[in-house]
Design a protein around this ligand. Structure first.
Ligand SMILES: Cc1cc2nc3c(=O)[nH]c(=O)nc-3n(C[C@H](O)[C@H](O)[C@H](O)COP(=O)(O)OP(=O)(O)OC[C@H]3O[C@@H](n4cnc5c(N)ncnc54)[C@H](O)[C@@H]3O)c2cc1C
Length: 567
């Protein structure tokens, strides 16, 4: 009997999917009930959530993660086509069952914290759950699914991709394989700057204009395929290199969405075509030495001068600031700190492009901007810079939204971040796919104790879970992309970012582990995937901040609006 023949039969699959739907629906009710209870506990007498949420951070964090697993399980179940492929159904069920178990654990810990009645013991004892678990994650099934994952070579979770975007994916994968992949290791190991031929390749395929409407020279057609197209391009490039290719598109993505949300007609007409053509490269400068997650407290000083503003102070972690010609900088235009985020504006800082690890840019009237690249363990190619501004002049025309934009920089930045976050889930999927494929290849070639490493049940079970996680993240990102193109999905973009970035770490960790000692060698690409994956949960909203301040908060606000007291 081959391992694949241990996949569930058609009848078993149908029953298992029915059972999975039953369990997920039951768990959804429990999760909604617990969300309502937590929301009511966190709500202050005045109706706000902030202080109460901080007092219940541990429960709120668990809630965000349970919700991420829940949405991924629902989207995975929704994407299963029982008539099509027994392997894909079995793979989907592996993720769903693991998600159900994880959600139950999280609900248990929230309920303990809230001193609420138990929510999961009925489901744990439910015969349908037990049957589902016995079938979907039995050792023999995992083994069979692992064999199937190896056969796909990482072609998983793409069922929601449109035919047009599949064609785009093919051509970008070719570019990534021909141009990016041969340079990726050298750039990483020698901490080089992204070379011109990679930038030229991206310009040729219009990668810098993916978020820009055609009217402004970009490729976005304002259809339901736009965000998905951005995801497939990002993923294909990130698979070859996160630092030297896939992440190049994040900067225009954020800047263009901020410009589209708040820019004047002149600003859009001037900047968007230049960015779309990749004629000017851009960088995003939000983080400061004292404030990262706490964006509302940012303090880079903008002082009013004739015809514009003088910037003075420090920023940090500005990725690609050296090579970029244009920096999107969040600055405090109102010195009254009590205004919080309402005192912030968005400025476009123009400078010359510089290839080095340090640069100095002087303006004719004496303004100065200096940058120094921060040495990092991974994510190399663009370099992330400490920046110092000294009387740096920004004309009024470069304040996003001009006069109307003063004090609205926070909102424009957040509009940009929605695009940045969903895009980062695709970056995570790219790294996951690279790690998974490396693990598939290595375990097929490597022999241990006289047999192929891939012939062992444990290796196959690992490949099954890595593949299932990758497929689930990919499926959910594409479902959220649809929402975004319908003008929704702000919270979901954070949620899928959370899940995909942590999953990239898990998958890269397992891939490295399967390489044994060679996984720890710098010369093995999987060691790069591992260090690159680690950064994903830090930027575009650190994991804790996103989970607490965006996901849990939105879920609780929604629960209160919907009258959670009925639960
Ligand atoms: C390689 C790299 C590239 C980057 N590129 C850019 C870029 O191009 N532009 C840019 O502007 N920034 C960039 N960043 C910065 C990044 O966005 C910040 O590091 C991130 O927002 C976190 O801010 P911080 O480092 O100040 O951490 P902090 O805000 O100090 O947070 C430290 C830890 O505390 C947690 N935390 C924060 N608040 C709370 C809370 N209320 N309760 C509990 N826990 C909390 C955080 O989640 C984190 O784990 C980059 C960072 C890295 C590492």
């Amino acid at each position: 009997m081959t391992a694949l023949s241990a996949l569930p039969t058609c009848e078993q699959r149908k029953t298992a999917v029915d059972n999975a739907r039953h369990c997920v629906m039951a768990l959804r009710l429990s999760l909604d009930r617990v969300t309502g209870s937590l929301a009511r506990l966190c709500q202050s007498a005045e109706g706000g959530l902030s202080a109460g949420l901080d007092a219940r951070q541990v429960a709120a964090f668990e809630l965000a993660w349970a919700s991420a697993d829940m949405l991924a399980a629902e989207s995975m179940l929704g994407s299963l086509d029982l008539t099509r492929n027994d392997f894909e159904t079995a793979l989907g069920l592996v993720f769903v069952v693991d998600a159900i178990v994880a959600i139950m654990e999280r609900l248990d810990s929230i309920v303990l914290d809230l001193d609420e009645r138990d929510q999961t013991s009925a489901l744990r004892a439910d015969e349908r759950f037990l049957a589902l678990r016995r079938l979907a994650t039995a050792a023999a099934t995992l083994e069979a699914v692992g064999v199937g994952v190896a056969e796909t070579d990482g072609e998983l979770g793409g069922s929601l991709i449109s035919n047009d975007n599949l064609a785009v994916q093919d051509s970008v994968r070719r570019l990534a394989a021909d141009v990016v992949a041969p340079l990726a290791e050298k750039i990483h190991r020698h901490d080089l700057t992204v070379p011109e031929n990679i930038l030229a390749g991206l310009r040729d395929i219009g990668a810098f204009g993916l978020a820009i409407p055609e009217a402004f020279g970009g490729t976005a057609q304002q259809s339901e395929d736009d965000t998905q197209r951005m995801l497939v391009v990002t993923e294909a490039l990130s698979e070859a290199s996160l630092g030297a290719a896939g992440s190049l598109i994040t900067r225009p993505e954020i800047l263009c969405r901020a410009l589209l949300a708040g820019g004047t007609a002149e600003q859009k007409a001037h900047w968007l075509p230049l960015i779309a053509r990749g004629e000017i490269l851009c960088a995003i400068s939000i983080t400061e030495p004292d404030y990262g997650s706490d964006v509302a407290s940012l303090g880079l000083r903008a002082t009013r001068v004739d015809g514009g503003w003088h910037l003075n102070g420090a920023k940090t972690w500005c990725t690609f600031a050296g090579k970029a010609h244009l920096l999107m900088v969040v600055a405090r235009t109102d010195p009254d700190r009590s205004l919080g985020h309402r005192g912030l504006s968005l400025m476009l800082v123009e400078k010359s492009s510089d290839d080095g690890h340090a640069f100095e840019f002087r303006q004719p009237a004496g303004g100065r901007l200096v940058g120094r690249a921060i040495p990092t363990i991974g994510y190399r190619g663009m370099h992330s810079f400490d920046l110092g501004f000294e009387d740096f002049f920004v004309p009024d025309a470069n304040v996003i939204g001009a006069l109307d934009g003063i004090g609205r920089g926070f909102y424009f930045t957040m509009s940009g971040m929605v695009g940045g976050r969903i895009q980062t889930s695709a970056r995570a999927c790219g790294v996951m796919r690279a790690a998974l494929r490396a693990a598939i290849r290595y375990t097929s070639d490597r022999r241990v104790f006289g047999a192929s490493l891939q012939s062992y049940a444990l290796t196959r079970a690992k490949l099954a879970r890595m593949g299932a996680r990758f497929a689930a993240c990919r499926t959910l990102s594409h479902a959220v992309a649809r929402l975004i193109d319908q003008g929704r999905g702000r919270m979901e973009a954070s949620l899928v970012k959370l899940l995909a970035c942590r999953s990239a770490e898990i998958v890269a960790r397992e891939a490295l582990q399967l390489h044994g000692g060679m996984g720890y060698a710098e010369e093995t690409p999987v060691s790069r995937y591992f260090v690159d994956a680690r950064v994903l949960s830090i930027f575009e909203g650190a994991e804790e901040t996103l989970a607490l301040k965006v996901v849990a908060r939105s879920l609780m606000e929604e629960a209160l609006d919907l009258g959670a007291e009925v639960a």
